[in-house]
Design a binder for this molecule. Structure first.
Ligand code: BT5
Length: 326
């Protein structure tokens, strides 16, 4: 058994008995290791920030879990079947999307997740930057959906729906989607999705789904119109990024499974009800550098934004940057 597995097992035992002391003998017997080896593992856990009390004749007790992103903590009791079964964590990454892309290219399985505490070169769409200081959640997930390359925008919408559900469940805040990939709270951007694809003409080989969400990030570290869950919650306390990541992985698995089983129509209702774009007057820059102005009236069965122009004509937009005018 690898050392990390022992650490997980020890933490698991502690959590099962979270209001009592566990004797060294009990733990070492359960793990099949010596008392000396157990002590070394306890020391290692302490170095990573766990506070573990040791009382003579009573044993060990886990007093506090560190406010850090720790993979064993994320794995603890995580009941997903695909998303996050394999996880890679980086204290400092360039971009989790780039790392995940490389892993996918070399065969990593569907559901593999890459998480970073911070990113030096966080990416937005179209070469833009994603501010990624410590305090946010930066994760990328490898998906291998059986869809055509031109259906990829639907994956972005599946992810946006998942992100909104996770934020609402976790914080109670009224998160919304600005089509197609922005997550907003009170008219400020709290998160974004970046979907990248390796495709062949007739199929998507794999998709890297990048999700960035400002959890505890202070406003001064974000662009002008950015916000974080902590800033919006006004409670002043830090949120557990570990718990939040779990919510995101669970929500993503649920929505992705719905999408795989029932197609885009099975998430479309929720997506539309979370939209802060529908019903508004918008200005959209599409990929062709074309500007479209009008009222956003629908997100259709392909995930396209439908805009009603002043002329009465309707335009379907598959990708673009939306500015909400009024
Ligand atoms: C996005 O792009 O919103 C996609 C963001 C995806 C980030 C994740 S983090 C994990 C994974 N690894 C990566 O390298 N990326 C993904 P876009 O719609 O192009 O928005 C970018 C714009 O949002 C910037 O030009 C800024 O105006 C603004 N922005 C940048 N960082 C922000 C932040 N942390 N919070 C709010 N707004 C931000």
């Amino acid at each position: 058994m690898k050392s990390e597995k022992f650490d997980n097992k020890i933490l698991e035992l502690f959590k099962k008995h979270d209001d009592s002391y566990l004797s060294g003998e009990e733990v070492s017997r359960a793990l099949g290791i010596s008392r000396q080896a157990l002590w070394k593992h306890i020391e290692k856990l302490r170095e990573t920030g766990y506070i573990i009390e040791a009382v003579p004749h009573l044993g060990y007790k886990l007093m506090q879990v560190p406010d850090k992103i720790l993979v064993p903590e994320i794995r603890w009791n995580l009941k997903t079947k695909i998303i996050g079964r394999e996880m890679h964590f980086y204290e400092n990454a360039g971009s989790t999307n780039d790392i995940a892309y490389e892993l996918a290219r070399t065969g990593a399985r569907e559901g593999t997740v890459v998480i970073a505490n911070e990113q030096a070169r966080g990416k937005g769409r179209l070469g833009r930057k994603w501010a990624s200081p410590e305090g946010g959640v930066y994760l990328s997930c490898i998906l291998r959906p059986d869809i055509l390359p031109n259906e990829i925008p639907k994956i972005t919408l599946v992810a946006a729906t998942s992100a909104v559900k996770a934020i609402r469940r976790f914080s109670g805040l009224h998160a919304l989607i600005k089509w197609p990939n922005d997550i907003f709270i009170s008219d400020r951007k709290v998160g974004g999705i970046l979907t990248e694809l390796k495709g062949e003409p007739d199929r998507a080989v794999f998709v890297v789904l990048g999700i960035g969400i400002n959890v505890n990030t202070p406003k001064h570290m974000l662009p002008e119109k950015g916000t974080s869950i902590k800033e919006e919650s006004k409670s002043g306390r830090d949120f557990s990024r570990v718990d939040f990541i779990k919510e995101v992985l669970i929500a993503l698995e649920k929505e992705y499974m719905k999408f795989k089983g029932g197609g885009f129509s099975s998430i479309r209702g929720d997506l539309k009800s979370f939209s802060c774009t529908l019903g508004r007057h918008v200005n959209v820059m599409t990929g062709k550098r074309k500007k479209i102005e009008g009222k956003a009236v629908d997100i259709d069965k392909d995930g396209a934004l439908v805009v009603a122009l002043a002329s009465g004509k309707r335009e379907r937009i598959l990708s673009g940057d939306v500015r909400i005018e009024r």
